[in-house]
Design a protein around this ligand. Structure first.
Ligand SMILES: Cc1cc2nc3c(=O)[nH]c(=O)nc-3n(C[C@H](O)[C@H](O)[C@H](O)COP(=O)(O)OP(=O)(O)OC[C@H]3O[C@@H](n4cnc5c(N)ncnc54)[C@H](O)[C@@H]3O)c2cc1C
Length: 457
């Protein structure tokens, strides 16, 4: 085990290299502090565009720049790769693990931005057959599953099997589900048209399922209606008030509002229905007495800290405050706010004098297909092409790094103005590695632990 002790300056540890972690670290650039960012991935991930990696529009590099490279000119920041396992609030240390190498990092101030993972609402076994979409690995696995289903259908002479292979089911009609269903439909109707000889890719069935009574339920009204119409024009079948009760390799079982159950035969299923905050939240709650909500988010004080720990901030998807949504802007603004409070404390301000965190709602948006998006900014509702232009501008603005912006713009030009997509490669490893790794880990966990060596002499 190594102990990473900082220099004599105030030590800030940031957990997570997502929106909250990166923005708080960057906001500390000119502060008289030493920042250590600990992340379990080597990259910062722009999650809102993951579905475009999954559907062959963007490359991994476009949306996931290496955190170390993003921060290379920020002299007061260093990046440690590792999964944080333990946070000790009393002793002010964070313990992380990289391939059995444990590192203890002491802190004076801590900003926890470990985000959220997929939730299967207690049915974690669904994950084997219906992966979620939270990481680069998820997006690449999904790309392989989607394209692989078309490839297998091309080889099949059995009409029932072909129908199952060409049925794609997206569970969850929030922004991610809507965007993904729209893109799978465009992939099959535009990009893959004429690419196969035995099957007609345009006949693929894309189903978008949700237990709620509408798509994009947080928007409601005109925006939900417009989204439904556009998806249906693309050929997406929308099935609402439908709860998924079982998932297996060949399909899923759906329960209707009236209690009847039916089955959908489908090889390629995607889960975008729920989130669960990082388990680090539970540790923080147990040590500080803070409450956690049903999604595992920590109920923070108005200054985003834990009760009794004015030096420990919990931000972004991990925090629960004033019913703020799990959006990139909430995490970015929370990160900047936390950094500002750390700087004020270092300069001698009493934490009791802190102003509360105020979220400035810049709106939210979702693309449905090329040239069509819905956006809500305050009371303003924008749909169609105008919404799409707004979506394009905002996403380019927040992509990290100039070269990412340029390469993304070029990929979009190709995908939106021609039928081509540049990122259509998929490998067997991308599809099977997750399950294989899980099986290896489960087998290892069942192995008897080695007995401690007895000392001789
Ligand atoms: C598919 C998808 C689409 C989305 N679309 C939109 C959108 O269009 N607009 C929008 O505003 N929001 C969108 N969101 C939500 C938005 O991405 C999140 O709200 C935002 O990323 C939250 O930021 P965060 O910093 O809290 O967490 P994240 O960005 O998730 O970052 C968490 C970081 O912590 C790291 N981490 C986790 N656990 C550990 C650990 N134990 N040790 C070390 N590191 C750890 C992770 O690797 C990651 O780097 C989308 C999310 C997804 C998944």
């Amino acid at each position: 085990m190594s102990v990473q002790s900082g220099e004599s300056r105030h030590r800030v540890v940031v957990i997570g290299s997502g929106f909250g972690g990166l923005f708080s670290t960057q906001a500390l650039k000119n502060a008289d502090v030493d920042v250590t960012l600990i992340g379990r991935t080597t990259h910062h991930l722009f999650q809102p565009l993951l579905y475009q990696v999954a559907t062959g529009i963007l490359s991994v590099g476009d949306i996931a720049p290496a955190t170390r490279m993003v921060l290379r000119k920020q002299k007061n920041a260093r990046v440690l790769l590792g999964e944080v396992e333990t946070i000790d609030l009393e002793n002010k240390t964070v313990t992380s693990n990289l391939l059995e190498r444990r590192t203890v990092t002491p802190f004076d101030s801590l900003i926890v931005a470990a985000g959220a993972g997929q939730s299967y609402f207690g049915n974690d076994h669904f994950a084997e057959f219906a992966p979620g979409m939270k990481t680069i690995d998820d997006a690449l696995e999904l790309r392989g599953r989607i394209l692989g289903a078309f490839e297998q259908a091309e080889l099949s002479d059995d009409p029932d099997e072909r129908t199952r292979l060409l049925t794609f089911v997206v569970v969850g009609a929030g922004p991610t589900g809507v965007e993904l269903a729209g893109q799978i439909a465009e992939l099959s109707r535009r990009t893959l048209r004429d690419a196969f000889r035995h099957i007609d890719s345009t006949e693929a069935r894309v189903v978008l399922l949700d237990g709620a009574p509408d798509v994009l339920p947080v928007y409601g009204g005109k925006l939900s209606r417009k989204t439904r119409q556009t998806l249906e024009r693309l050929g997406v079948q929308i099935q609402l008030n439908a709860m998924v009760t079982d998932v297996d390799a060949d399909g899923l079982t759906v329960k209707e509002k009236d209690g009847t159950e039916r089955r959908i035969e489908s090889q390629c299923k995607v889960w975008s229905a729920g989130v669960a905050a990082s388990p680090l939240g539970k540790q923080l709650a147990e040590q500080s007495g803070a409450e956690i909500d049903r999604a595992g988010r920590v109920e923070v004080l108005p200054d985003l800290t834990l009760p009794g720990y004015p030096n420990v901030f919990v931000i972004g998807d991990m925090m629960s405050l004033d019913k703020l949504p799990g959006l990139a802007q909430v995490a970015m603004q929370g990160g900047k706010y936390a950094a500002k409070q750390v700087i004020a404390s270092v300069e001698g301000q009493d934490p009791a004098q802190r102003p509360p965190f105020r979220y400035f709602d810049k709106g939210s948006m979702a693309t449905i297909s090329r040239f069509s998006a819905v956006a809500k900014v305050g009371k303003l509702e924008i749909t169609g092409f105008l919404g799409w232009i707004a979506w394009l501008f905002v996403h380019l603005l927040y992509l990290v790094g100039f070269s990412s912006k340029v390469s993304t713009l070029l990929s979009w030009a190709q995908a939106f103005f021609s039928t081509g997509r540049n990122q259509m490669a998929a490998t067997e490893q991308q599809v099977f590695a997750r399950i294989a790794l899980e099986r290896v880990r489960a087998a290892e966990a069942e192995q008897p632990q080695p007995q401690p060596q007895r000392e001789v002499g």
